[in-house]
Design a binder for this molecule. Structure first.
Ligand SMILES: [Mn+2]
Length: 320
């Protein structure tokens, strides 16, 4: 069995995958379970990965009989793996939260989708506690704190779940320590450069920010929404291909119901021959177009979805 993490795997994804594997080991020791992170893990996960001592599998083993998509609704963002899975007809299960992907569960052998603040909360709720050891609960608490943005999202449910995990031996201070962001210098420079290169737009009471950077697009996009943008689009790339990453803040997501994955990144990928997907408030695409064109097309799709009239989306000068 292979547990597959989404690109740039975050602590919610890592914590969930670890706990699922650990529970499977104690329930069915004869089942071989590997964890795959085909497109790497993000910087916020590095301490957790080290603490849990996770050994990622290099590739999908030939003997794999079941795939579990952890914290992602489809394999759209991992086209190479998707191709193998389709070709070998490997059944797959989906465990994910806050997803509204139409038809995403159609091809799945099993799915567990809940509107929780984190996948870790779903995993905790779904697995009989006798199969969860202290490390697994610690991993789940860390992922929950991260994805609930420290209990800002769905506070009642996320605080309640965290309290139960703490009663089962998880250490809150240790979880916070593992999330302490000691970003390396290149990521901090990328964030600051991304902010320096920002272009701003206003539509009604919403602020959109776009920028470009060579790497750490997700981190730059998150910085822009943290600074006050309702929506951030960050590109990286050269002349003919680019990667575009989007983030929405909670309030904007709630008031517009804009789904970045299904309304923006997926159609963008279709239009510009690429691949795209993700979550409603965090999604990305790889497209066959220069970065400027990708951003322009994404803004056009967003304007269309929000029903903006021509001229309603105005660029704000950053020079005066
Ligand atoms: Mn998540």
């Amino acid at each position: 069995m292979a547990l597959v993490c989404h690109p740039n795997a975050d602590p919610d994804c890592i914590g969930s995958a670890y706990a699922i594997r650990s529970a499977l080991h104690s329930r069915s020791p004869s089942v071989a379970v590997s964890i795959l992170a085909p497109d790497g893990v993000n910087a916020a996960s590095s301490k957790l990965v080290e603490y849990l001592n996770i050994d990622f599998a290099a590739s999908l083993e030939d003997a794999c009989e079941l795939l579990v998509l952890v914290d992602m609704p489809s394999l759209d963002q991992l086209p190479e793996l998707k191709e193998i899975v389709d070709r070998r007809k490997i059944p797959y299960a989906i465990i994910d939260h806050h997803t509204e992907e139409p038809g995403c569960v159609d091809g799945a052998a099993y799915s567990k989708l809940m509107r929780t603040s984190s996948t870790c909360e779903i995993v905790y709720r779904s697995i009989p506690k006798k199969y969860l050891d202290r490390h697994a609960v610690q991993a789940l608490l860390t992922g929950l704190i991260y994805d609930s943005r420290r209990f800002i999202i769905q506070p009642k449910a996320s605080i309640g779940a965290a309290f139960k995990m703490i009663r089962r031996g998880a250490d809150f201070a240790l979880a916070l320590e593992m999330l302490l962001n000691e970003q390396d210098i290149s990521e901090r420079i990328a964030r600051l450069k991304g902010v320096a290169r920002v272009k701003l737009y206003r539509a009604r009471d919403w602020i959109f920010a776009t920028s470009s950077i060579g790497a750490f697009e997700a981190s730059v996009a998150r910085s822009l929404t943290d600074l006050g943008a309702d929506l951030a689009l960050v590109t990286s790339g050269e002349d003919s291909t680019s990667r575009i990453t989007g983030r929405l803040n909670e309030r904007f997501q709630r008031s517009t119901s804009l789904n970045l994955a299904s309304c923006v990144m997926r159609p963008l990928a279709e239009r510009l021959s690429g691949t795209g997907g993700g979550h409603p408030s965090a999604a990305s695409a790889r497209v066959s177009a220069p970065p400027d064109e990708a951003v322009g097309a994404a803004l056009a799709l967003i304007s269309e979805k929000l029903d903006l009239k021509p001229g309603e989306l105005k660029e704000i000068s950053t020079r005066d």
